[in-house]
Unconditional design. Structure first.
Length: 94
C-alpha cells in the first residue's frame, strides 16, 4: 500500500472506531483498542511470514518487537509498516 493510502487507511480506521465502544463486563471499551491490538498482531504474524526483518528499513524488526512497536505507537508505526511492506513487495526499496 502506498504511503499516502496507508496514512489515509489509518486515519479512517481511527475515526471510524474511536467513537464506537463495546460493553465488556459493564465497562465501555472503545473499539479502537481492538483495532490496534488486531493490527499489531497481524503486522507481527505477517512480518514473520515474509521475513520482514531481513529487509533494510527503519521498521524492519523481529515480529515481537514490531508487535510492541505497532501496539504502542500505532498511529505512526502501522502506516509505516504498510508502506515499507508495499515497497518491499514491489521491489521499490532503494
Amino acid at each position: 500500500m502506498k504511503t499516502r493510502d496507508a496514512i489515509l487507511l489509518t486515519i479512517a480506521l481511527f475515526l471510524l472506531t474511536s467513537f464506537v465502544g463495546l460493553n465488556i463486563a459493564g465497562e465501555n471499551v472503545p473499539l479502537i483498542c481492538f483495532v490496534v491490538l488486531g493490527t499489531a498482531i497481524w503486522a507481527a504474524i505477517d512480518s514473520s511470514r515474509i521475513q520482514f526483518n531481513r529487509y533494510r528499513s527503519g521498521i524492519s524488526y523481529r515480529p515481537v518487537t514490531l508487535f510492541f512497536g505497532v501496539l504502542l505507537l500505532w498511529i505512526v508505526a502501522f502506516p509505516w509498516y504498510l508502506a515499507a511492506r508495499y515497497k518491499d513487495k514491489t521491489a521499490q526499496r532503494s
